[in-house]
Design a protein around this ligand. Structure first.
Ligand code: ADP
Ligand code: ASP
Ligand code: MG
Length: 402
């Protein structure tokens, strides 16, 4: 059996944790299995690298950021190989170059295109544990790229698909996927199973426990995932195609505080305005999320949209150069709170119940957007945890409704 095991930053944060991971991997190896390990940078090292970079240049070139980032993962894999070696088991660490992990060219947000599995296979045939750097890749210029924050999960799933692994386990610092971030919602409950589609929405809407592209890849290649803790042996959460749903209309609450609202006031109320505005943003690769256009009055209208905190000022600048309007307003102190659930499609009143929970807490909704399996509201960032808890309670998500 071939097993891919991925361990996040907290799981390899210090010497003791590194040995803990080494031992867990060796247990698997001693069962006679082939073991491929994917690691993140130790603890919050990636954040520290960002701080170091910004101290030198507040707007560092993305290529150089990726060059810098790769040392984090490279540090963990080499130290892990040393630990396994000390425990008497042959192990080899490989970075994205050595594996040949080919990605698209976009620095900071590259996508995996192809993985050469020959090197890994050769090492496994020699009965070594193979330890691969998460998060990084190489592009056609032979430069390092990274897959976006949290991208090591995606490395693990891509490797599991490329190697036709029998198991792909994502080890982290919580016991699995919960109905809401267990650090923010006290009654959050661990889910035994969750479908790819729900997990994809959940991850995209801010449930940082899995990188959203890892879920996309897992669905595409039919890789069943297990999310579990590296600090205990509790059973985790299985992410798969047709999870037997627990008859829950709503399966979870997620929040994303990395959202900003840009309001463009007093645009001309005529055809082509929305096209010009969003086209200008698209040209500069600014991703837009929620959009709201007001009813026209006296020949003018307002358009409000959300984007990431990082992009907000640039978005306002681009619009100011491309259009005429009366005023523009950027607010970064907002956050998105969403409910996700496949059962929503067939049940009326779900959105109303979510809005009631917010009303009970006297929390104002600034924008709303929906899809078949989610409802998202934009609220003030300071109210996020209160909102999550209130919504979680309103739908009784903490209780097992089997
Ligand atoms: P790792 O370093 O192992 O990749 P992450 O910090 O990326 O760990 O992801 C784990 C964290 O995700 C948890 O500590 C938890 O606070 C957060 N999280 C957010 N939403 C959820 C959720 N719905 N279920 C579980 N954890 C969640
Ligand atoms: N070290 C990277 C990050 O902090 C990748 C990861 O942890 O998955 O974003
Ligand atoms: Mg992560």
């Amino acid at each position: 059996m071939l097993v891919v095991k991925k361990f996040g930053g907290t799981s390899v944060a210090n010497k003791e944790r590194i040995y803990n991971v080494a031992e867990r991997c060796i247990d698997e190896y001693k069962k006679g299995n082939d073991v491929v390990v994917v690691l993140s940078a130790m603890g919050k090292y990636t954040d520290e690298l960002i701080a170091m970079a910004k101290d030198i240049n507040e707007n560092p070139p993305k290529r150089e950021m990726d060059m810098l980032f790769t040392i984090g993962e490279q540090m963990s894999v080499s130290l892990m190989a040393m630990a396994m070696n000390k425990l008497g088991v042959p192990a080899v660490s490989l970075n994205a170059f050595q594996v040949a992990m080919h990605t698209t060219s976009v620095y900071g947000n590259a996508r995996i295109k192809r993985i050469d599995s020959d090197r890994i296979r050769t090492e496994l045939e020699q009965r070594k544990i193979v330890i691969v750097t998460g998060f990084q890749g190489i592009n056609k210029f032979d430069d390092y790229t990274t897959l976006g924050r949290g991208g090591s999960d995606t490395t693990a799933v891509a490797l599991a698909a490329a190697l036709h692994a029998d198991k792909c386990e994502i080890y982290t610092d919580v016991d699995g996927v919960y109905t809401a971030d267990p650090r923010k919602v006290k009654n959050a409950r661990k889910l035994d199973t969750v479908t790819y589609d729900e997990m994809l929405e959940f991850a995209t809407l801010g449930a940082g426990v899995l990188h959203n592209r890892s879920v996309e890849l897992a669905k595409k290649y039919g890789v069943q995932l297990v999310v579990r803790s590296s600090l205990n042996t509790n059973e985790g959460t299985i992410v798969k195609e047709d999870a037997k749903m627990e008859k829950m209309i709503v399966s979870g609450v997620a929040a994303d505080t990395d959202a900003a609202r840009v309001a463009v006031i007093g645009l001309k109320d005529e055809p082509g305005v929305a096209f010009r505005l969003f086209n200008a943003l698209a040209q500069k690769n600014i991703n837009i999320d929620m959009i709201l256009q007001s009813v026209g009055r006296a020949g003018t209208k307002d358009i409000t949209f959300t984007c990431s905190d990082d992009d907000a000022d640039e978005a306002a600048k681009i619009i100011s150069e491309a259009m005429k309007f009366e005023d523009i307003n950027v607010n970064k102190e907002v956050a998105k709170v969403s409910i996700v659930g496949a059962g929503m499609q067939t049940n009326a009143g779900v959105a109303a119940k979510m809005f009631e929970a917010l009303y009970d807490e006297n929390i104002n909704i600034r924008m709303i957007s929906t899809s078949e399996i989610r409802v998202t509201v934009l609220i003030d960032e300071k109210n996020v945890e209160r909102a999550m808890n209130a919504i979680h309670d309103k739908f009784n998500l903490g209780e097992n409704e089997k």
